[in-house]
Design a protein. Structure first.
Length: 277
């Protein structure tokens, strides 16, 4: 998708190095911690052998393994909490509170909204944004980041549901159409958190003002938050399913963004090294 000879200062590799490197004055290619510097050096060595995009994909693959491990660990902690009736003690009160504010009109509106985060609505929305960003920037980076982010979210959802098999709220407490897959974690919430987060991150990289960045973050947070709340309102998930999805989504987003920072670091160093030539 990138053609070196046809790149403008805002597209392709040149655009990534010049436009995506700084956010609010912070240089994303600078690593202050020893661990960060070690990761940057490792990514640079991989790049020399396989190329920048290969290094990005490998880093994301390692991150995906870490994310799945986190999902398993989180699930174990979650089960312990449920058995101790800790946070899970909020599940029934929140569902009961949601039932008190239901109405036919609101039920229909929330059902339509939650479908945006479903197995049809979310992929269509994500692919449309992904193609738009990749075409505008003449770069494969948005494609790689969004596909990997979405794949990680899907795998964590499937793994969590199969391993823990939590039962959803009773159908008498739910609003149709009913769902019958296991409840933990909330796939709608996890997917909404990850996709909204990575889209907001990619957009923020090119925004120039603090106001625009803040608005972008608030829109992403509002989308992920309301998607989770809608799942509890409809009686399709327990509150703890949603809390777990938010936590897993944020953790996975952090890994994806770290992988992209490593990619930017490698690209910037290669560009700087090639500049005298």
């Amino acid at each position: 998708m990138t053609t070196e000879g046809k790149e403008s200062p805002e597209t392709g590799v040149r655009g990534e190095v010049s436009q995506d490197r700084f956010v609010a004055g912070k240089d994303l290619t600078r690593w202050k911690s020893p661990v960060g510097r070690i990761m940057a050096s490792g990514a640079q060595r991989v790049t020399r052998l396989l190329g920048p995009y290969a290094a990005l994909v490998i880093t994301l693959g390692v991150g995906l393994v870490i994310a799945l491990s986190l999902a398993l660990i989180f699930g174990e902690v979650y089960e312990s909490v449920v058995e101790a009736n800790g946070v899970a003690g909020l599940d029934h009160p929140f569902l009961d509170a949601a039932k008190t504010v239901r109405s036919p009109e609101l039920d229909s509106a929330v059902t339509g909204y939650t479908n945006v985060g479903g197995t049809v609505g979310m992929p269509v929305l994500a692919v449309g944004i992904m193609v738009g960003l990749a075409t505008r920037r003449r770069s494969w980076t948005p494609v790689i980041l969004m596909l990997t982010a979405g794949l990680g979210s899907l795998l964590m959802t499937v793994a969590g549901k199969r391993l823990f098999g939590r039962t959803r709220p009773d159908l008498l407490d739910a609003i149709p159409p009913f769902e019958h897959s296991p409840s933990f974690p909330s796939g709608h919430t996890l997917n909404a958190t990850v996709i909204a987060g990575i889209v907001a991150y990619l957009i923020i990289l090119r925004l120039k003002t603090a106001k625009a960045r803040i608005i972008t973050v608030l829109v992403a947070v509002a989308f992920a938050t309301t998607m989770g709340i809608s799942r509890v309102y409809l009686g399709h998930h327990w509150l703890t399913d949603v809390l777990a999805a938010w936590a897993l989504g944020i953790a996975w987003l952090s890994l994806v963004i770290t992988a992209h920072r490593l990619y930017l670091t490698v690209r910037t160093r290669r560009t700087s090294a090639a500049a005298p030539a």
